[in-house]
Design a protein around this ligand. Structure first.
Ligand code: DSN
Length: 426
């Protein structure tokens, strides 16, 4: 291999940056980090190791790492109003594995949502839950409400008496009815855990759900979806014992991590500080944008799930494109028009590869300054593409539209280029 190979890689990465500058980003699980947070990723923290907890490390050289981790842990507890935080999981799935390692033995029963109803892959038989060999039992689901069927769920919980009741979705339109289920949790004495990855930034901004007030004890999440931080993970907890907190810490290290990507942890700390200031406005705008997008698509005759419920209470909407060729075909055509989203299973689907739905998230569009009125333009681009107008033609309009949204918002360096990093390295 030669320098040319390295040049090739840099060029491809820069080309990707440039491309995204011209795209409408609508993947519900992605976001843009702030420039200040991104800077942490190229700090010396990226080259170092830390194992264990601050003050009790296996390696020397962690004086400043310890200070950052201690401060960041306090910031997370304050922002999410939790008693406990562990910022060492290196992703959402690793956070989920740590919770499983801490509290579930092979053969234990855990109640969860089903994949076709929008659950995350880590809770499936072929994901982390399966790897831990737990017995996963799915809640009954109301397709009309895109949420759990409360009466059926109470019955299921009483029958199965799970060790853990687990919640959380990747098509997360409405908050789970945890408050209504709380008396049943208390009756059977299960641990209550929610994977809040998709809605963490909304929770930070006081939208969607107040998990710990509702009765959730453990929150696991990735930190780069609605929460606009680095690719990383977090575990938060309240109303658990000190012994249970220690179990989580041990499960994180040495259970499922060695070092914990210190540069990402520092970036997460910056994002926590920024969200303490900006999350309220950002989260409420992201939810308003999602509903406005749903309304505009609905008016254009593109079926959006849950019209009678206002489409969503989160940043995301689910769209049924079965009459337009299905999710796979539509997602590809939209990419050809520089609109980036993903195909998604809807509750009636049996195939994850050829599903009938699309999932759209409004959080990244919000991060670059789009408001409700802009959702009308976005919806019209989508409708034109799924109705088979030439995507190349739509792409030109998308590129022109996107030129109005080049700066990042809801962060300390507001207005700096949202996709500007390629300019620094060219
Ligand atoms: N794969 C992510 C999503 O798109 O929902 C979750 O990790």
């Amino acid at each position: 291999m030669t320098l040319d190979d390295a040049r090739y890689i840099r060029q491809e990465v820069m080309a990707h940056n440039k491309w995204f500058e011209e795209c409408i980003p609508m993947i519900a699980s992605e976001n843009l980090m702030s420039p200040l947070a991104k800077e942490m990723l190229i700090s010396d923290f990226a080259d170092r190791y830390a194992e264990g907890l601050p003050g009790k490390r296996y390696y020397q050289g962690n004086i400043f790492v310890d200070r950052v981790e201690e401060k960041a842990t306090e910031m997370a507890k304050k922002l999410f109003k939790s008693d406990f935080a562990d910022l060492r999981p290196i992703s959402g799935t690793v956070a989920n594995m740590a919770v499983l390692f801490a509290f579930a033995e092979p053969g234990d029963t855990i109640t969860t949502c089903a994949l076709a109803q929008g659950a995350h892959i880590s809770t499936c038989e072929f994901g982390a839950f399966g790897q831990r060999a737990v017995r996963s039992v799915n809640y009954p689901f109301s397709v009309e409400d895109m949420n759990l069927d409360v009466d059926g769920t109470i019955k299921l919980l009483k029958k199965e008496k799970p060790k853990i009741a687990q919640f959380g979705l990747s098509v997360f339109l409405f908050p789970p009815p945890v408050k209504e289920l709380k008396p049943t949790f208390d009756e059977i004495g299960c641990l209550v855990w929610e994977d809040c990855a998709h809605v963490l930034g909304l929770i930070a901004g006081g939208q969607f759900q107040k998990p710990f007030d509702d009765g959730i004890q453990i929150v696991s999440a990735s930190t780069h979806k609605t929460f606009p931080g680095p690719n990383h993970g977090i575990i938060l907890a309240s109303n658990i014992t000190e012994e249970q907190e220690k179990k989580i810490q041990k499960a994180v290290f040495p259970g499922v991590t060695s070092s914990h990507h210190l540069h990402a942890m520092a970036a997460l700390a910056i994002s926590l500080a920024e969200m303490d200031v900006f999350a309220k406005d950002y989260a409420s705008q992201a939810c308003k944008n999602a509903r406005a997008l749903g309304q505009s698509l609905h008016e254009l005759g593109v079926p959006v799930l849950c019209p009678d419920l206002g489409f969503t209470r989160s940043h995301a909407i689910a769209v049924d494109v079965s009459q337009f060729g299905g999710g796979k075909e539509c997602a590809q055509l939209l990419e050809d028009a520089n609109i980036i989203c993903n195909k998604n299973m809807l509750p009636s689907d049996t195939s994850a590869v050829r599903p009938s739905g699309l999932r759209f998230g409004a959080q990244e569009m919000t991060r670059i300054g789009m408001k409700e009125d802009d959702m009308k333009d976005v919806a019209s681009f989508i409708a034109r593409v799924v109705r088979k107008e030439d995507p190349k033609k739509v792409k030109e309009d998308v590129k022109a539209f996107k030129k109005n949204f080049t700066g990042i918002k809801y962060c300390f360096n507001e207005g700096e280029p949202a996709y500007g990093y390629h300019k620094l390295v060219e």
